[in-house]
Write a protein that binds this ligand. Sequence first.
Ligand code: ZN
Length: 150
Amino acid sequence: MIRPLVLAALLSASSQVYAQSAANCETTVDGNDAMRFNVTEIKIDKACTSFTVKLTHSGKMPREAMGHNWVLAKKADVSAAANDGMKAGLANEYVQPGDTRVLAATKVIGGGGSTSVTVDTSKLAAGEEYTFFCSVPGHWTIMKGKLTIG
Ligand code: ZN
């Protein structure tokens, strides 16, 4: 008589373990020659100790003409970080070296390219709104999206 109960308990325990390990801690964002990201919102599961963003560029144009990167900052910091990134130039991947407002950033890629960056989720707070954007000059007002953790 006790067996079905034990089995149910075991199933319950294993499904909990599965749910924890099944947190999806990576995503892919694509940029294109039309200056667009294909993703406008990313939600990170709080179970993720790190989160990997793979950036691809499905266009054909070179990085000097239509390059894209993926940069993460608090929403309130985006404008200032993007302006300093513009001054830093392509030689610095359009990110000011040592900029503490930038929480993660990839290099700038051109058409056909791909790269990735891993976000340290301990730097992110639940309830805070973050913005991911492309810091290539002229892109960040269009190529951006919302990122949250929770
Ligand atoms: Zn771009």
